[in-house]
Ligand binder design. Structure first.
Ligand SMILES: NC(=O)c1ccc[n+]([C@@H]2O[C@H](COP(=O)([O-])OP(=O)(O)OC[C@H]3O[C@@H](n4cnc5c(N)ncnc54)[C@H](OP(=O)(O)O)[C@@H]3O)[C@@H](O)[C@H]2O)c1
Length: 340
C-alpha cells in the first residue's frame, strides 16, 4: 500500500519517494470530469475550485439549490472560464442519490466520461442526540458513509466505462484523524444502543475508511479498472480559509478564535490538497491513504490508516452491513465486463 512505514505518529509515514507535488500547479486536467459531493462549502468547494483551475469539468453537488448556486457563481468568478455545473444531491436520502446518479449517467452521453468522484459531503458538527433520516437510518452514518456507499454503487459502471490505457478512474473517500482516537470497532453501526455526539462522528469515519479500503480490494479482485483511495484533510478550519462570498464568510470572532489555532490547523483550501492529490496524482495507487505531512496540517503525503479501519474483518463486516441496510450491491460483474 504505502511505500514506507516509518515515523508512525498518527499514521504519518516518511515520504521522500513521493515528494515534489505542487498543489498550485496540478497536472493538466483538461478533458476530465469529476463529481464532488458537498461541493457548496468547505473542503468540497476548495477541492472543486482547484480541479476546475487545472482545467477539469467539475460537477458541484449539494443538497440545497441556493447554496449550490452561490458556490457555482463564486467558482466562476474566481476561476474565469471554469467548466462547472451543479447537481442536487442529498447524500442522506437514497432516493436523491439514485436520482442524481441517473442524471450523471444521462449526462455522460454529452460529456462522455466520469473520471473520478470525491465522497466529501459530511456532518462534522454532529447532533447532540441521535437523529434519523426519513428511512430510519442514523443521520451521521447515513450522510457520511451509507449515502456514499450507495452513490459508489450507482456510479461504478460510468467510472469503469471511462477507464483508458492512460487513466484509471478514481473514487476518493474522506477519512479523518479521529479514527485514531480510541478503538471504534463499528459493531453497533447505527449507534442504537448508545449514541454520543463524538462517537457518531468518529465511528462514521471508521466506516468510511473501511469502505474505501474494502472497495479497492474488491475492485482489484474483480479486475475492474477503477481505484479507491482514502484521504484526510488534517485539521482544516473556516477561520484560516479565504473569504469566498456565499461559501466561506467567517465572522471576525471566528477568525480570531481560529487564528489562535494556527500552529495546529490549516485552511480548507490547504486541506483540500490531500483530497485533490488523492484524486489526480497519477503516481497514487488504489488502496492508499493520504493526509497532511504534519498530521493536522501540511502538504499531502502517504500515511497509514488507523488499524481498526484497515482490519480486513472490520472492512468485510462494514461492507456487508451497508449492503444489507441499503439493499444495494455494487455491480462488480457488470463493471468488469464494461471495462474490457
Ligand atoms: N475540516 C476538517 O478538519 C476535517 C477533518 C477530517 C475530515 N473531514 C471531512 O471532510 C468533509 C468535509 O468537511 P468540511 O470541513 O468541509 O465540512 P463543512 O464545511 O461543514 O462542509 C460540509 C459539506 O457537506 C455538505 N453536506 C452535509 N450534509 C449533506 C447531505 N446530506 N447531502 C449533501 N451534502 C451534505 C454540506 O452542505 P450544506 O452546506 O448544505 O450543509 C457542505 O457542503 C467531511 O466528510 C468531513 O468529515 C474534515
Amino acid at each position: 500500500m504505502c511505500p514506507s512505514r516509518t515515523g508512525h505518529t498518527l499514521g504519518v509515514v516518511s515520504t521522500s519517494a513521493r515528494d515534489g507535488w505542487d498543489p498550485q500547479n496540478l497536472p493538466p486536467q483538461d478533458g476530465r470530469t469529476y463529481l464532488v459531493t458537498g461541493a457548496n462549502a468547505g473542503l468540497g468547494y476548495f477541492a472543486s475550485e482547484q480541479l476546475a483551475r487545472a482545467g477539469a469539468h467539475v460537477i458541484l453537488s449539494g443538497r440545497h439549490p441556493n447554496r449550490l448556486a452561490a458556490a457555482h457563481d463564486a467558482l466562476e468568478a474566481r476561476v474565469p472560464g471554469a467548466s462547472v455545473e451543479t447537481l442536487l444531491l442529498d447524500v442522506s436520502n437514497p432516493g436523491s442519490v439514485r436520482a442524481a446518479a441517473a442524471s450523471v449517467r444521462g449526462g455522460l452521453f454529452q460529456r462522455g466520461r466520469l473520471d473520478g468522484v470525491v465522497f466529501n459531503a459530511g456532518i462534522v458538527h454532529t447532533p447532540r442526540h441521535r437523529e434519523t433520516t426519513r428511512d430510519g437510518a442514523e443521520l451521521v452514518f447515513a450522510t457520511n458513509a451509507l449515502g456514499h456507499f450507495v452513490l459508489g454503487a450507482e456510479l461504478l459502471i460510468p467510472l469503469a466505462k471511462s477507464a483508458t490505457p492512460r487513466w484509471t478512474p478514481r473514487m476518493v473517500w474522506l477519512g479523518s484523524m479521529s479514527t485514531w482516537l480510541g478503538k471504534h470497532s463499528p459493531i453497533d453501526i447505527q449507534l442504537e444502543k448508545h449514541y454520543a455526539k463524538w462517537k457518531a462522528y468518529a465511528q462514521s469515519k471508521v466506516v468510511v475508511q473501511a469502505l474505501g479500503l474494502e472497495a479497492d480490494a474488491r475492485l482489484r479482485d474483480a479486475g475492474i479498472k477503477v481505484e479507491s483511495v482514502v484521504a484526510h484533510p488534517g485539521y482544516s478550519i473556516g477561520g484560516r480559509t479565504p473569504r469566498v462570498q456565499g461559501v466561506n464568510e467567517p465572522s471576525a470572532w471566528k477568525r480570531l478564535r481560529d487564528g489562535v489555532q494556527a500552529p495546529i490547523a490549516q485552511g480548507k483550501q490547504q486541506g483540500a490538497a490531500s483530497i485533490v492529490r488523492a484524486l489526480v496524482d497519477p503516481g497514487i495507487r488504489g488502496g492508499e491513504y493520504w493526509g497532511p505531512r504534519f498530521a493536522t496540517r501540511g502538504e499531502p503525503v502517504p500515511q497509514r490508516p488507523s488499524p481498526t479501519s484497515a482490519d480486513p474483518e472490520v472492512r468485510r463486516r462494514v461492507w456487508e452491513r451497508c449492503e444489507e441496510l441499503s439493499g444495494k450491491e455494487w455491480p462488480f460483474d457488470r463493471a468488469a465486463r464494461v471495462g474490457h
